[in-house]
Design a protein around this ligand. Structure first.
Ligand SMILES: [Zn+2]
Length: 188
């Protein structure tokens, strides 16, 4: 019998069937209890079962409606690609790519994506479709949009001026953005 807390890989031997019943994360082959997952041994002596606590967290599977936070990477007139860093507040490693079409950036008509966001901006979006790759998101709702942005002239942090507009107090530059309602107050 393997020790409690011992780290095992899928297919590793834990004990013979006579010692303990197979619990979660295990299976029996030829009278031996083996692991199906990577994790640590838990031998429940009262129940006479042995199971494996998975050590590897289940991968986050993005779903429609999930809130994502990421950084705008490539922006052109009609599209933006964003590397996703968080899904529903959980960090994503490695990050992956998502895209938004200009028609999903704001509720009203937008002539150019550059009027809504710029490269390097931190953006909160909502997944519209997780079945396509890359994932597609929207920022049309009030709580969605840019949550952190830097001045494209001097690199200082931009301050909320009024709806749709951010201002740099350092160089007085004014830039358009589709900001989230908590711009400047959002926590990552
Ligand atoms: Zn500036």
């Amino acid at each position: 019998m393997k020790e409690n807390g011992e780290f095992l890989l899928p297919g590793d031997y834990i004990c013979v069937e006579e010692e303990a019943l197979p619990g979660e994360g295990t299976y029996v082959a030829e009278g031996k209890v083996l692991t199906t997952v990577t994790g640590t041994v838990f031998n429940d002596k009262k129940k006479r079962t042995v199971s494996i606590f998975p050590r590897v967290r289940k991968p986050l599977v993005p779903k429609k409606g999930d809130v994502i936070i990421g950084q705008a990477e490539n922006v052109n007139k009609h599209m933006v690609s964003m590397s996703v860093k968080y899904i529903n507040g959980q960090s994503v490693t490695p990050s992956y790519s998502s895209i938004m079409h200009i028609s999903h950036a704001t509720r009203s008509y937008l002539d150019s994506m550059f009027d809504a966001l710029k490269e390097g901006d931190i953006i909160r979006g909502k997944i519209m479709d997780a079945h396509t790759l890359p994932i597609q998101f929207t920022t049309t709702y009030n709580e969605l949009g840019v949550i952190y942005a830097l001045c494209s002239k001097c690199g200082e942090r931009l301050r909320y001026l009024r709806r749709g507009t951010l201002k740099c107090d350092n160089c007085d530059n004014v830039e358009p953005r589709k900001v989230a309602e908590d711009y400047g107050r959002a926590r990552l």
